[in-house]
Design a protein around this ligand. Structure first.
Ligand code: GCU
Length: 138
C-alpha cells in the first residue's frame, strides 16, 4: 500500500506560517516555522490498525546548521532530536524518515523545533505501515 501524504500547510500550525516563497514544494505551500524553540506542526493521521508506521518528512533547510525536532504521538515524544540537516538551499528538499508507533484510529503527530532556530521548512509527511518497505514475500 502506498503512503498517504499529509500536507503541512493543511495541518495545525503553532508559531509558523504557510509560505510559497521557495520552489519545489508539493500541495499549495509549505510551513515556515517561526525561529523559536517550541514551534510545531501537528498532523492528524488515521491508522487502520495499531503498529509501527514510517513517517517521511519532506523538508528544506537552506542553512548549514541542523534544525532538530522532537516527534511526538499523542503527546508522547517517540523520537527525540531528530536531525534535519542543511539541504544546500531553501529550494532543495530532502526526506527524513522516522518510525513511530500509531494506534488504530486517529493519531496526533507533532514535529516540534528544539532550538531557537525553529524547524526547517516542512512540505508534507508521508505515512505508511513500516512493513510496506519490506520486500514482498511472494
Ligand atoms: C529564510 C527563508 C525561509 C526560512 C527562514 C528560516 O527567511 O526564506 O523560508 O524559513 O529563512 O531561517 O527559517
Amino acid at each position: 500500500r502506498a503512503a498517504t501524504d499529509y500536507q503541512a500547510e493543511d495541518a495545525t500550525i503553532s508559531q509558523g506560517a504557510v509560505a510559497t516563497n521557495h520552489t519545489g514544494y508539493t500541495g499549495t505551500g509549505f510551513v515556515d516555522y517561526t525561529n523559536v524553540t517550541g514551534s510545531y506542526v501537528e498532523f492528524t493521521v488515521s491508522a487502520t490498525a495499531a503498529g509501527t508506521s514510517s513517517l517521511a518528512l519532506r523538508y528544506a533547510n537552506g542553512t548549514s546548521v541542523n534544525r532538530p525536532m522532537d516527534i511526538s504521538v499523542g503527546g508522547t515524544v517517540v523520537a527525540s532530536g531528530v536531525s534535519f540537516p542543511g539541504t544546500a538551499d531553501w529550494d532543495t528538499w530532502a526526506t527524513k524518515t522516522v518510525n513511530v508507533p500509531l494506534k488504530a484510529g486517529s493519531n496526533k503527530i507533532r514535529a516540534t523545533a528544539t532550538t531557537d532556530s525553529g524547524g526547517p521548512n516542512l512540505d508534507r509527511v508521508g505515512v505508511a505501515a513500516a512493513a510496506d518497505s519490506q520486500a514482498p514475500t511472494r
